[in-house]
Ligand binder design. Structure first.
Ligand SMILES: Cc1cc2nc3c(=O)[nH]c(=O)nc-3n(C[C@H](O)[C@H](O)[C@H](O)COP(=O)(O)OP(=O)(O)OC[C@H]3O[C@@H](n4cnc5c(N)ncnc54)[C@H](O)[C@@H]3O)c2cc1C
Length: 270
């Protein structure tokens, strides 16, 4: 049974700059990393490989240089790394990104049954958290988002029990396999590649699939298949700070005023 980890190469956020004219990312000369949430997705896929004998596949859609991300996945121990790269995939929004990833997972399923697809909860550049659910809907998989613990997997019964980390509470959910799971950081601690694994991965092959492999209608992928586009990206202006109450002579009164403001503004999770 296959476990697939979807991993996206993202710019190191501290260095990101936006082109003020085109509103796109300035990609020149910036270092890239695996989206941090996806490192946890990858780690969990490797744990299932170790504990349940799953075949682990890392999957990414992106430009040719995203190969480095997939090579790192090989160094960590995945069985296969696949890069979905083609000019017709370019300029994709979340809808067409999930179309391409879902088609690739379906293709993999023709070779071996897919049991679980892991995604990060969201990316640190796009931040939409739409791609994982988009994949689940397209494949008809159970959808388990914000998972911070896998309680139990029963391969024979094809069921899984997970814990979801919601605001101020947890939720235990049982679902049928195959399932698409988006993960949060608390799920695990990602491993580091050993030196021998790093060396062997330098020679290992990252498979590259173009649209010739997937045979998707070009109107459903890339820029053509993207009904949304970014018209402007900007950081919200910060209001000047405000001193609430007199915290020096009346700390309790100031704290009360602050609390009232937070409650009025619905800013406290209960
Ligand atoms: C409206 C809109 C317009 C866009 N226009 C452009 C554009 O013109 N040009 C451009 O280059 N980009 C564009 N993007 C960004 C690009 O398409 C996004 O990277 C993509 O849509 C994924 O969305 P996200 O990063 O928000 O993923 P999220 O939904 O936050 O990601 C959730 C998880 O899905 C998985 N995942 C997401 N993307 C990938 C991937 N590519 N490969 C593997 N796994 C993945 C990861 O596990 C990730 O943790 C656009 C995005 C949006 C929303």
């Amino acid at each position: 049974m296959l476990v697939v980890a979807c991993i996206k190469q993202v710019p190191d956020t501290t260095q990101v700059q936006i082109d003020p004219v085109t509103n796109t990312l300035i990609r020149d000369g910036i270092p890239f990393i695996i989206n941090p949430y996806d490192s946890h997705a990858l780690e969990e896929s490797l744990r299932l490989k170790d504990s349940h004998g799953f075949t682990a596949v890392a999957l990414s859609m992106g430009p040719p240089n995203a190969e480095a991300t997939l090579r790192k996945a090989l160094a960590l121990g995945v069985d296969r790394s696949i890069l979905l790269s083609d000019r017709v995939f370019g300029g994709a929004d979340t809808l067409s990104t999930s179309n391409v990833l879902a088609a690739a997972i379906q293709k993999l399923g023709e070779q071996e049954q897919v049991g679980i697809v892991f995604c990060g909860k969201q990316t640190i550049d796009g931040d939409t958290a739409q791609v994982g659910p988009g994949i689940a809907v397209r494949l008809g998989f159970s959808q388990l988002t914000l998972v911070d613990r896998i309680e139990k997997i029963d391969i024979a019964q094809k069921t899984i029990i997970v814990r979801r980390k919601l605001e101020g509470r947890y939720e235990i959910v049982e679902a049928r396999l195959p399932a698409m799971i988006t993960v949060v950081r608390e799920l695990n601690r990602p491993r580091y590649p050993t030196v021998p694994m790093r060396l062997s991965s330098a020679k290992a092959q990252v498979e590259c699939w173009s649209n010739e492999h997937l045979q998707l209608d070009v109107n459903s992928i890339g820029l053509k298949g993207s009904p949304t586009w970014v018209s402007r990206i900007f950081s919200p202006e910060r209001k000047e700070g405000e001193i609430i109450g007199d915290g020096i002579t009346d700390p309790l009164g100031a704290a009360r005023q602050l609390l009232d403001r937070l409650i009025d503004g619905d800013m406290l999770a209960v």
